[in-house]
Every structure is written in C-alpha cells, then in structure tokens.
Write a protein that binds this ligand. Sequence first.
Ligand code: PEP
Ligand code: MN
Length: 388
Amino acid sequence: MNLWIARLSGARDADAARVATLASEHGELLQQTRLASRQYVLFRSEDPAARIRQRFSLLPGIEAVHPIDTPYVLSSRGATRERTRVRISAGLVVGGAEFVVMAGPCAVESRKQTLATAEGVRASGARVLRGGCFKPRTSPFSFRGLGRTGLEILQHAGRDTGLPVISEAMDARHLEHVIGAVDIVQIGMRNALNYCLLEALGQHPSRPPVLLKRGIGTSLDELLCAADYVLAGGNPNLLLCLRGTLGARNQPSRASLNIADIPALRQRTHLPIIVDPSHVAGDRKLVPAICAAAVAAGADGLLIEVHRDPERALVDGPQSLTLPQFAGLMRQLRALASAVGRTMAPSAEQPPGIKGTDHAYDDLALERPPCEASHDPHETGVLGKAEV
Ligand code: PEP
Ligand code: MN
C-alpha cells in the first residue's frame, strides 16, 4: 500500500474533514494534523496514482497531494515547500537568515555560576542560555542536576539577561515543570527514540519549541521518524540537533560528527538543524573547528557548553569553553557566518578578559594556514604519503 500526503493551504477544518473522508474512501486514513497554517492528511491507498491526484485536486483548499517514499513523512521536504522557522521569543527565530548560538553550562550548579555564565555568553552574542537541570548521567551517584530548583535559577538568569532558556526533560513527568520554565525543551541523546515523550511534546497544548538530539546510534531516517512523533501531534516548533554518533575505537573525540550529515539532513527535511559541538568533542580544543565546519556546512545554529570556571564544573568541564574562549570563538564565527550569507547577533560589549586582543583564546583559535610552503621533506601534506 502506498503512503500519501495531502496538504491543505488553509487551516479550515471543514476542508480538512472533506479530504479525510475522501482518504478513507480510497484506503486507510492515518492522520489528520494541523501544523502552523497548514493541515495535512496522511493515508494509505492502493488506487492508481492518477486517480488519487485527480480526485483530491478537485477539493477546496488542496495545495498538493503526492506519494511519500521515505520512512518519515511530516519532517520530510515533501511535507512543505518552505523551511520551518521556529519562533523562540519576540525577535528570535531559528531557521531563518540568522545563525543562532545557544550557550551556557552543561548543568545549572548555582545561582552565581549560572548568572555569571549567562552574562558572559550574552555579552558575546549568544541568543539562548542553556543549562541542564535534570541531568542524564551514566552513574546514578554522579551529580544529576538541581531539578526544579535549577529550573528556577535558570529562569531567573534568563530573565536577568534577557535570554530565552533551554533545558532538558528526561521523562514525561518532568514536562509540567520544564515546559513552564523554559523557552525550548531539550530532548537528549538518550531519549532520542522515546516515542511516548516525543508524542507528549507533540500533543502539548502550548506547542513548546523542542530541540531533539540525535541518538548516539540513531540513523538520519530514525531521527526524522522521531521528529514525526512531535509533528504528528500538531507541534511544528521543532529543531533537530546533531551531537555526534558512535565513532571508531580510540578516536580523539567523544563522538563522531559526519559533516556530510548536515547537507544530507537539509536535503531531507524542512526543520532547522542545530549542531552541538561540545558533546561531539568531549575536549574544548576541538570545539572551535567543529563550530566552523557546522557554519560552513549549512547548520542553522549551535549549542555550545560554556562555563565561567570549567576546571570546577560539576559536569562536562573538559569540553566547556571559558568565557574569553567563547568570546573569541564568536568573533570568528561571525566572520564565517557572514561569508556564507548568514547574520549573527553582534556582541553587546567586550567581555572581561579579552580587551580587544585575541590572546585570551589563542590556545583555541582556529589554526591558520602557514604563510610559506613547508620545506620539511617529511611533511606529507593533506593527501598523505602519496603526495610526497
Ligand atoms: C547535554 O546537553 O548536556 C547532554 C546531556 O546532551 P546529550 O543528550 O547530547 O548527551
Ligand atoms: Mn553536557
């Protein structure tokens, strides 16, 4: 049986009901969903394609009807011609011309730490403050976040700095607390395929913006099918986040990010794509290059871990940037973003410690090519030994 999608340009329920009735006459009606200003009717049918097209195209409100040949449907490029733009707050949209950087500590640890980091990242041009409060940890005896107290701290820091905030919900029981406190609900790598949680976010009446991370061993098809669970409930406010998958043994990074996945995802979906370089890297030295690659490859934004004192961080210190390092990175990313036709928010002011020089983050600055060709006979160049 072929899977079909009918798209209606208006949001009129009567039009969608007529399409749904016709869909049941032709086969099996699967879903009727409203996403932003459009309605979608999904159905299966064995009828000839020409007959389906002819019958449906006569109905009022129909914009398109076509078969779907991918496992994912509503997240596919076939579902809508436009790229989805997710409105996070007044003046902040993800998925448009602006390249959006979200930054902050892995975990909310205290009021002071969160506010200091929030002020620092805002000054450098971050647009969203991150901070985990319900932390998924490998060991139950590690610091697992401040929970509801953390959410309250994060909310205050967001309000004080004027930044929208993002935090993770690990379980449907967290949703009532997290949704009310944050501007974006993060679904982490460990819950990438938790369909009950995704469905609950899809069906939530407030349609909260959701950032869905790809699982460590999840294919792009599975990621997009998981996205369908949110969209099918009627919540169009979805961001996808690449944070690396399992890589080779003894690799130098925590996970492995295939840069080709960024353009590949853009071809497959209309949803905005965020890259989390911190959980790919596991090491702050690798973060800037991953960020640069993400901008160049067409991502819509980044989610970066930054801590005012990474040595003392309770979670993910080794991969967290210091505030001066983040400030320097943002300056480089701004130049790169403009080179690929994206805008980025300006930095509000020079954060303390960088005073117009690049020295404070020199240890992390993107490596520049050498000015002169190397005369070292042992150097093999980027193509390896065959080039010598
Ligand atoms: C995080 O963002 O801190 C986190 C736990 O991420 P992930 O789910 O990608 O591991
Ligand atoms: Mn983390």
